[in-house]
Design a protein around this ligand. Structure first.
Ligand code: MG
Length: 371
């Protein structure tokens, strides 16, 4: 077996000069001895997979409120699809696949139950107390504070490149966090290419699977969605290959991403990590025409799925339940809330928010029933 240093050197030679090297650059908040068998980002991937927050993603709604069949995406299966797309893109672009995987695994950990409706409910409730709720910040809080890896440091003590990737996670439906944080991970530097890959892989993944889930749920028909140019283009490929619409949407989007990104890296003369950090616009992106087409497809999904009356009614119910749970816990804090407050040295409201945000849909409903 080669030594860690020999393996790091051999693996780094396969990376582009603007990729984050396998040993990382920013390090961990608390230094740790090397693991002779795994690279730093591999260790972080393992820590993330073994968290309770990751396991709970299986019970969290992606778009629908629970109860829509076994094949509709949950946050867990969505996350696995984002991981798969991110890793493929990273490998092809010679970026750090392990780092990309870590950011993708952690990118939705902070999502509360009931999808974006839950997020809205928590944000509204926290605003009463001068706070706010934002799922990217919550993902960061989970891995730096709420989960534990070792009694010697708080949180998972992940490499800072991952924390930076989480805080700079942004898609059309996410709000990037700004400002410095306790870890210094909110700097003005542009996100790593690895983090930028996850941002787009997330959007490509949910656009693809939501088309499939929307048809399955009877919210629209295949014929209806084929009126949208990108869906039509993907469907033509589907017929040619005999594969799924979801797979074809991913394929055409990712192929376009390779084209646009390669041209961008060349035209901006990106050769080093320093060049990436100084870039003022995203380097990983789609061509202008694909961006327009994807936005149009997302517009269709917004109207026919995310904000259709059927989903909206359930979302409103979920939001109301979240607010009721928070109010109930404020007047009578449970032992779990008090334990979180102690562990994180936070206000009662912040601990309630952490507890409720961590719930699965089912657990939240059961809490309501048990009152
Ligand atoms: Mg996501």
């Amino acid at each position: 077996m080669l030594s860690l240093q020999e393996r790091l050197q051999a693996s780094n030679q396969l990376l582009a000069t603007y990729a984050i090297p396998h040993q990382g650059i920013l390090g961990r908040a608390h230094g740790e001895p090397d693991d002779e068998t795994r690279f730093p980002f591999q260790r972080d991937r393992d820590r993330l997979i073994h968290t309770r927050a990751f396991r709970r993603l299986k019970g969290k709604t992606q778009v629908f409120v629970a109860g829509h069949g076994d094949h509709v995406r949950t946050r867990l299966t969505h996350t696995m699809e984002v991981v798969q797309i991110s890793r493929d893109i990273a490998r092809t672009l010679q970026l750090n696949e392990d780092l990309t995987e870590c950011i993708a695994i952690a990118h939705d950990l902070g999502h509360p139950p009931f999808g974006h409706a839950g997020e809205e409910g928590l944000d509204e409730w926290m605003k009463e107390f001068g706070g706010r709720f934002e799922h990217n910040e919550q993902s960061h809080r989970i891995v730096t504070l709420l989960e534990s890896h070792s009694s010697l440091s708080s949180g998972l003590n992940l490499n800072q490149e991952i924390l930076e990737g989480l805080l700079k996670h942004t898609t059309p439906y996410d709000v990037p966090c700004t400002g410095a944080t306790a870890t210094g991970a909110g700097s003005m530097r542009s996100p790593s290419l690895e983090a930028q890959v996850v941002n787009l892989a997330d959007e490509i993944a949910y656009t693809g699977h939501d088309c499939e889930d929307g048809i399955r749920a009877g919210l629209f028909t295949l014929e209806e969605i084929l009126a949208v140019p990108l869906a039509k283009q993907a469907h033509d490929l589907t017929i040619e290959r005999g594969t799924s619409l979801r797979g074809s949407i991913i394929n055409v989007s990712v192929m376009d991403l390779y084209k646009a990104t390669s041209e961008e890296l060349a035209s901006q003369r990106i050769n080093t990590l320093e060049d990436v950090g100084k870039a003022v616009t995203p380097l990983v992106h789609l061509t202008h025409s694909m961006r327009k087409d994807l936005d149009e497809l997302r517009g269709f999904l917004s109207e026919r799925m995310y904000f259709c009356p059927q989903v909206r009614v359930k979302s409103e119910d979920g939001k109301a339940l979240i607010i009721a749970l928070c109010n109930g816990l404020k007047s009578k804090p449970s032992n779990k809330v008090i334990a979180i407050q102690k562990k994180t040295d936070s206000s009662l409201e912040e601990a309630i928010k952490d507890f409720v945000a961590g719930m699965t849909d089912q657990y939240a409903v059961e809490q309501k029933v048990s009152w």
